[in-house]
Design a protein around this ligand. Structure first.
Ligand code: NAI
Length: 376
């Protein structure tokens, strides 16, 4: 599917305002051939090839993203539009920004643009937009599922059944109810708040949040959530901590060995935000020692995660407490329909020079527009 750069395309870009659009997506393989609703794949191309080509634009789609010979690095030098997804992130570093001479806009098909060096985007006057809200329900549901599967010790129970064994006490010795527990979210934005909303019927003891932006009073009241402004104090009060903030300078390694010491012994930790918010080795060590009873989520500090990544197999002292999966919570088929449509909508505004929907703009021309990527 990769087209070679030719003098012809260069001339047509120059004379007819023809754009080169580069999309780095994950390879869907057989599943994507059988399931056209897997829109965010190399095979199904976000469903926008015909639309772009009918307007004369060039559309290059690939999953090759690592190293100088990758399609990503080869085509970024003259692409005007870059589309990426957090599920298979094309890491646009400050160095690559220097090479991306023609780049005007980066679109994240999904939510979370930390794989783009946002400070470099500001410096280079490249806009960064994401399809805000497109998969926030998908993730919030996954968070609630992950909390339940850890607290109720589900994964080893299912594995026991598949093995042909039956020893109820081995599971029940570490299974609890969510009712009566204290659950707190780091980040109470679209996802964090939806998690709190979904937890209301579980009759938890308390719902807490830690965020530099306070929830509007009515919103906090609606879910009966209490804000705790000191992070150590916050984690020390939670039976369950769920991470729902973006990855930026202020959150990289936020959950580290020092913070984990302040967790309640045996607490559960769920991270569907970004892998690098939690220190990989510190989390694995805390799980191994029993300082935390479980770790679940779908995000990894490098994606795809290497085969020997410690989070694949980390366990608590009872040989359980691992709810890790590949990065898919925000890429359900429902979510893909929404972020594919949202990507097209952002492109359409860009092509027509009309105003982007403000909630989608992370970096505008030369400045941050979103307050979610750190306090500045
Ligand atoms: P949002 O922008 O609506 O909310 C983020 C919240 O985090 C804001 O309230 C912000 O003030 C807060 N925040 C930022 N820095 C913080 C800090 N240092 N401490 C505490 N709170 C802080 O974003 P949304 O839609 O809720 O998404 C959050 C993140 O979830 C995304 O940035 C992305 O990394 C991740 N995500 C993961 C997906 C998946 O498939 N696993 C899919 C979608 C999003």
């Amino acid at each position: 599917m990769i087209r070679e750069w030719t003098l012809d395309t260069h001339l047509s870009q120059y004379f007819y305002n023809i754009m080169k659009v580069l999309a780095i997506l994950y390879r869907g393989g057989e599943a994507a051939q059988q399931e056209p609703r897997l829109l965010g794949t190399v095979e199904n191309q976000l469903g926008i090839r015909e639309w772009l080509e009918s307007q004369g634009h060039e559309y290059i789609v690939s999953d090759s993203k690592e190293g100088p010979d990758s399609d990503f690095q080869k085509h970024i030098v003259d692409a005007e539009v870059l589309i990426t997804t957090p599920f298979h992130p094309g890491y646009l570093t400050a160095d690559l920004f220097e090479k991306a001479k023609n780049l005007k806009i980066c679109i994240t098909a999904g939510v979370g643009s930390d794989h783009i060096d946002l400070n470099a985007a500001v410096k280079k006057n490249v806009q960064v937009l994401e399809v805000s809200g497109s998969n926030v329900v998908s993730v919030a549901e996954h968070v609630v599922m992950s909390i339940l599967l850890l607290v109720r010790n589900f994964v080893p129970a299912h594995e026991m059944i598949e093995r042909g064994d039956w020893q109820v006490s081995d599971i029940a010795r570490n299974a609890f109810d969510l009712e009566g527990k204290v659950v707190g979210t780091i980040g109470a934005g679209r996802i964090g708040y939806r998690v709190l909303q979904r937890l209301v019927p579980f009759d938890t003891k308390e719902l807490l949040y830690y965020d530099y932006a306070a929830l509007p009073e009515a919103a906090a009241k609606a879910v009966n959530a209490r804000r705790v402004e000191d992070l150590k104090e916050f984690v020390s009060q939670c039976d369950v901590v769920t991470v729902n903030c973006p990855l930026h300078e202020g959150t990289k390694g936020l959950v580290n060995a020092e913070l984990l010491k302040h967790f309640k012994k045996g607490a559960w930790l769920v991270n569907t935000a970004r892998g690098a918010i939690c220190d990989k080795d510190a989390v694995a060590a805390a799980l191994k020692s029993g300082q935390i009873n479980g770790y679940a989520g779908d995000v990894w500090n490098v994606q795809p995660a290497p085969k020997d990544h410690v989070w694949r197999t980390a366990k608590n002292p009872l040989g359980a407490g691992n709810g890790m999966v590949p990065h898919y919570s925000g890429t359900t088929l429902d979510a893909q329909a929404r972020y594919a449509a949202g990507t097209k909508n952002i492109l359409d505004h860009y092509l027509n020079g009309t105003n982007q929907e403000p909630q989608n703009v992370i970096v505008g021309v030369g400045k941050y527009e979103s307050k979610a990527y750190g306090q500045r």
